[in-house]
Design a protein around this ligand. Structure first.
Ligand SMILES: [Zn+2]
Ligand SMILES: [Zn+2]
Length: 208
């Protein structure tokens, strides 16, 4: 085995991202347009209510909008995603992508495109780990501003799937509100809601 995951450095048979890292990247790309939208509420220093905004504006006319938010909204997020898209297209020998439309549309198109090309990126793109890391950092940065941490989910237990060589997967499985099934981040085995109880009874003994 010579390949390793560019994110977590697990050994891989081939490729540049393990299934878990690829899934996490897919989810981040899917969330990115929503995070971008959420930033709009932080463009003004007083996104707290009309009355408060009026008094703030009146009392502190020079109060600047958050520059970090401005950067992210008017360039930052779109540029980061577009630069990665451009590089993936370059590596594949395709032309430069056209950058058109408003920033909202650009963020949406670039994240969708990267999401759709993810199988190729995980398998064949040597910089996949850097891409995944940068998208993760971008997301953390946005979250540090909008303050909404992602739902980490409730720990259900460890994955009990056994691979062909008899090794138990052991990945930590988390359940997020509203989910009716859990997909293991390592082995991608699927647990339906009715399996959750079975999963609990099969857990290895561990300290609470
Ligand atoms: Zn990995
Ligand atoms: Zn598993």
């Amino acid at each position: 085995m010579t390949a390793t995951c560019g994110m977590c450095e697990r050994n891989l048979e081939a490729g540049y991202l393990c299934p878990g890292a690829a899934l996490a990247l897919a989810e981040r790309l899917e969330r990115m347009p929503k995070l971008y939208e959420a930033l709009a509420g932080f463009l003004s220093p007083a996104a707290r209510g009309i009355t408060e905004r009026v008094s703030l504006v009146l009392s502190e006319p020079g109060l600047p909008v958050d520059e970090a938010v401005l950067d992210l909204r008017y360039g930052g997020i779109a540029l980061v995603l577009e630069q990665w898209r451009s590089d993936v297209q370059r590596v594949r020998g395709w032309g430069e992508p056209a950058v058109i439309g408003d920033v909202t549309g650009r963020v949406l198109r670039a994240s969708r495109w990267l999401g759709m090309e993810l199988p190729w990126i995980a398998d064949c793109y040597p910089a996949a780990g850097d891409l995944a890391r940068e998208v993760k950092e971008l997301e953390s940065f946005v979250l540090s501003i909008i303050g909404a941490l992602p739902d980490r989910g409730r720990r259900i237990g460890q994955c009990v799937a056994v691979d062909t060589s008899g090794v138990i997967c052991g990945a930590v499985l988390r359940h997020h509100n509203g989910e009716t099934r859990i997909v293991c981040p390592w082995c991608t085995c699927v647990y339906e809601a009715e399996d959750f109880l079975m999963l609990k009874t099969l857990q290895p003994e561990e300290a609470p």
